[in-house]
Design a protein around this ligand. Structure first.
Ligand code: BGC
Length: 255
């Protein structure tokens, strides 16, 4: 993938799928702003690895559940790399509970980190793209659960379902201005968000048995698809979702 000269922000870029996206983009030549809220050492390590191999990256602490945090990231991209070409709304949390169990505070937290951040990330990036006059790309990292109900995972499913409609609505609104908005929807991936399932052998087995490809994804299998979506090879994708799930949605259960 050729992303030479592109400047990209990745929210929650220091860990899990975010870190894999950062690696894939940098390997394709993009300059990357790596957002984090905790573990600054992980962002620093990524920056070190990328710069050591001749790439460009900078770590920034910013909470994307506030618009001020999002603006800080975009400003950094402009100050450091001269422009913004793509914005990846990757930051997310997952708290397991059913509809009958969920409390107001937990629901608000999940919605703020998983959905509000994506709405305003899309808005602020789009404003910048329009100002620059050269179009741009927003990639929203949703989940198979943007479409697939998962018992016991209510707030997460509601947030991801919201992201599905955000991408369609924003893609339609912004298409005429050359701004693409695309969801990349992973299935089960071996990341910290899934640590509980991954360290329990029987849960992991049940999960893998329900995946047609019989394997939980490695984070780089998602990162590479994001690089494709941002590149010219993905230039006709907008207002839609690319599922990267090993077929899990058509398997049996989500875990
Ligand atoms: C969730 C995981 C779950 C997977 C498949 C992901 O979006 O983060 O917890 O295992 O979907 O159900």
């Amino acid at each position: 993938m050729n992303l030479n000269g592109k400047s990209v922000v990745v929210t929650g870029g220091n860990t899990g799928i975010g870190a894999a996206i950062v690696r894939a983009l940098a390997a394709s030549g993009a300059a990357v702003v790596i957002d984090y809220v905790s573990r600054p050492e992980d962002a620093a390590d990524l920056v070190k690895t990328i710069t050591a191999s001749g790439g460009r990256a900078v770590g920034v602490e910013a909470d994307v559940s506030s618009v001020a945090g999002i603006d800080k990231l975009i400003q950094t991209a402009v100050d450091e790399f001269g422009q913004l070409d793509a914005f990846v709304n990757n930051a997310g949390i997952e708290k397991r509970h059913s509809l009958l169990e969920v409390d107001e505070q937990t629901f608000d937290q999940v919605m703020a980190v998983d959905l509000k951040s994506a709405v305003f990330g899309t808005q602020r990036a789009a404003k910048r793209f329009i100002e620059q006059g050269r179009g741009g790309i927003v990639v929203n990292i949703s989940s198979v659960h943007e479409d697939w109900p998962m018992p016991g995972n209510l707030s997460y499913c509601v947030a991801k379902g919201g992201m599905r409609m955000l991408t369609r609505a924003a893609g339609v609104e912004l298409g005429p201005q050359g701004v693409r908005v695309v969801n990349v929807a992973p299935g089960a991936v071996d990341t910290p968000i899934n640590a509980q399932t991954m360290k329990d052998d029987s849960l992991r087995q049940t999960l893998e048995d329900s995946i047609p490809l019989r394997k939980v994804a490695e984070p780089n299998q998602i990162g590479e698809v994001v690089a494709f979506v941002i590149s010219d090879a993905g230039s006709y994708l907008t207002a839609t979702t690319v599922f990267v799930d090993g077929g899990i949605m058509h398997g049996s259960v989500g875990l």
